[in-house]
Design a protein around this ligand. Structure first.
Ligand code: SAH
Length: 369
């Protein structure tokens, strides 16, 4: 689910957790107890509508199940945050799972039950109305399936619920889907946006409005643009993966701060306005799961998804030539107080092939606070 939907769906985004418990489990529980309010109950057909309309998303999950049906057949599956139950139903229909535990924290669970009955699957799919952290499942499972990804992959931090499910309910040797999740970054041009939001103020009706330029930059570019649709030709270099999570081993602590250095070589002359980012999740993990495995990539080289791309605009554009280098580091830090939020720090230096002095930038972007 993407950020825009979440915010529209719940205007009163509350501080989901303020207290850090010394007890790890209590800490998770406290944080997640507050999470139900984060997902609205009345309006969420709209949210499910948007997710279910996302063909690339649905196809990735369905293909992963179909291509691995021999491993899923007669196995027990746990669907964490089942929503409408779509992934549970796919697991039964295409994977021939013997049993699916479908867990949903929001009030939507009552509709899920009806949908499962309407599709004649109530003997196979058992719906649990509650948070994964508080429901008691009959026994452990062979496969955990979940669609937990948010803006910049991690926003909302539903990943924690999947980690909790893995640590409590996955059999030894079981599989978590998606199995890996990686974030990508590329320096890019966003000329139209810059023109529209910033250059616009330089002259309005032939009057000099340029004193408003700093205000415009602050208003539009101090946070990332969550709903950016990037064209392939906006890329100024080859995208790089800046971090990857292995869902079988990642811990909550690993996600408090993630840092990575990058080195891009500009492949096309142009104006660099900032960086675009997106994620890919993979569906690997079964013993004979040979590559290429199924993946879902939300970048500009693949069909558009409801996550679109995230754009980090620098305050001032910079002209780059082929061969220039963009070096630096990206650090993602989880917000210590607003635990479902994070901030992204970019520090970089652009060096030109022609030997001019390198230009350096640093900027901190909150997502969402
Ligand atoms: N699996 C569905 C819905 C994905 S959206 C689909 O693919 O279409 C994520 C869902 O997870 C939401 O319905 C949300 O209410 C639910 N959810 C979030 N945190 C949860 C938790 N801790 N326990 C159970 N459900 C959770």
């Amino acid at each position: 689910m993407c950020l825009e939907e979440m915010i529209q769906g719940n205007e009163s985004l509350q501080k989901e957790c303020t207290s850090e418990s010394t007890d790890e489990e209590d800490g998770i529980l406290e944080e997640v107890m507050a999470f139900a309010d984060f997902y609205p109950t009345e309006d969420n057909q709209k949210l499910h509508h948007e997710m279910l309309q996302d063909k690339a998303r649905n196809v990735a999950y369905r293909s992963a199940i179909m291509q691995n049906h021999q491993h899923i057949q007669d196995k027990v599956v746990l669907d964490v945050g089942c929503g409408t139950g779509i992934l549970s139903m796919m697991s039964v229909k295409h994977g021939k799972a013997s049993k699916v535990f479908a867990v949903e924290a929001s009030g939507f669970a009552e509709h899920t039950q009806t949908l499962i009955e309407a599709n004649g699957m109530s003997d196979k799919i058992q719906v649990f109305d509650g948070k994964i952290e508080s429901v008691q499942l009959p026994h452990k499972v062979d496969l955990i399936i979940s669609e937990w990804m948010g803006t910049f992959l991690l926003f909302e931090w539903m990943i924690e619920s999947v980690i909790f499910a893995r640590d409590h309910w996955l059999n030894d040797g079981g599989v978590v889907w998606p199995s890996h999740a990686g974030v990508y970054l590329v320096p890019c041009c966003a000329g139209e946006l810059y023109k529209n939001k910033v250059s616009f103020w330089e002259s309005v009706e032939d009057f000099d409005f340029s004193s408003l330029v700093p205000l415009a930059k602050d208003e539009f570019f101090s946070s990332p643009l969550y709903n950016h649709v990037m064209k392939q030709e906006d890329s100024l270099a080859t995208p790089q993966q800046v971090f990857q999570l292995n869902m079988k081993t990642v811990t909550r602590q690993d996600l408090e701060e993630v840092s990575h250095t990058f080195h891009f070589t500009i492949s096309k002359a142009g104006t660099m306005h900032g960086f675009a980012s997106w994620f890919q999740v993979d569906f690997a993990g079964f013993p004979v799961n040979s590559k290429p495995f199924v993946f879902l990539n939300t970048g500009p080289d693949y069909p558009l998804t409801h996550w679109k791309q995230t754009l980090f605009m620098m305050d001032s554009p910079i002209t780059v030539e082929q061969g220039d280098t963009v070096e630096g580091a990206i650090t993602m830090t989880r917000n210590k107080e607003w635990r479902r939020h994070l901030e992204v720090h970019l520090a970089l230096s652009v060096s030109s092939v022609s030997g001019q002095n390198a230009k350096t930038f640093t900027k901190l972007f909150p997502i969402w606070r």
